[in-house]
Design a protein around this ligand. Structure first.
Ligand code: NAP
Length: 225
């Protein structure tokens, strides 16, 4: 399947790496491809530069957000939550029409320091904002409740854990669920329509405190029943 992965950070790279490994066609979207390739400094998470990462992933192409979305069957939103609506506008409403958007972004506001707050919550969500802005796209919220490495390789934890999906379009959720299973997720919980993304986005304050308390991001929620 042809994927656009919008975002060059930890999440975009993890998703692109795994999709490529699974034999999918991947074009990563970024604001300015030349600037992204030329960016010298590694980020403060210790990730390699984009150029170093790209050298290890010769099949994964890089283009503008519009180039990536235009050629894709499925679009992954792995961008900064505060920029996601702008990024998707750059991708273009026509390019997104009818397509599944896998929305992994979290509505985190770091402007007041750590820990971040949520810039939308309770009665709305980033996923719903995206769906309203691009009504003919089919938004499915998932994977935002775990660290990037576990999104694509959940078996790195010693025991199974859970992943949530929220969306208004059952067929889009079926496409995403199949992909999650390809990634190795065995407990995919359909929470219902897209308004259920309010809850998974609001797990982030808990997730961030767990990260601080445990000293590692390598943990996940497991729904025991
Ligand atoms: P990030 O640093 O949050 O986002 C990186 C991407 O956002 C880049 O591609 C960047 O574009 C784009 N971006 C940033 N500011 C922009 C702006 N003003 N205009 C347009 N584009 C902008 O990367 P991340 O850590 O991989 O996270 C991606 C998303 O996943 C976030 O919403 C995050 O909350 C969520 N998430 C992350 C994790 C994790 O483990 N890191 C876990 C769960 C959910 P360029 O490529 O042009 O620089």
């Amino acid at each position: 399947m042809k994927f656009a992965v919008l975002g060059t950070g930890s999440v975009g790279r993890a998703i692109a790496d795994r999709l490529d490994e699974l034999g999918h066609d991947v074009l990563i979207g970024t604001r300015d491809p030349d600037a992204t390739v030329a960016r010298a400094a590694a980020d403060d998470m210790g990730n390699p530069t984009y150029a170093e990462w790209a050298a290890q992933h010769p099949r994964v192409r890089l283009g503008s957000f519009a180039e990536a979305a235009g050629q894709a069957e499925v679009v992954v939103n792995a961008t900064n939550g505060g920029a996601s609506l702008d990024v998707l506008a750059l991708a273009g409403a026509d390019a997104l029409a009818g397509k599944v958007i896998i929305d992994i972004a979290n509505p985190l506001d770091f402007s007041q320091g750590m820990p971040p707050t949520l810039f939308v919550k309770d009665t709305d969500s980033l996923a719903e904002q995206i769906q309203r802005a691009f009504p003919s796209a089919r938004v499915v919220k998932t994977l935002n409740t775990m660290t990037a490495a576990l999104m694509v390789r959940p078996a790195e934890l010693a025991e199974g854990s859970s992943v949530f999906v929220s969306g208004d379009d059952p067929q889009a959720k079926a496409v995403v669920t199949a992909l999650l299973q390809e990634f190795g997720h065995s407990d995919v919980i359909d929470l219902g329509n897209l308004s259920s993304a309010r809850g998974t986005e609001m797990l982030l304050p808990v997730w961030l405190r767990l990260w601080a308390a445990l000293g590692t991001p390598m943990f996940n929620f497991k729904i025991v029943r």
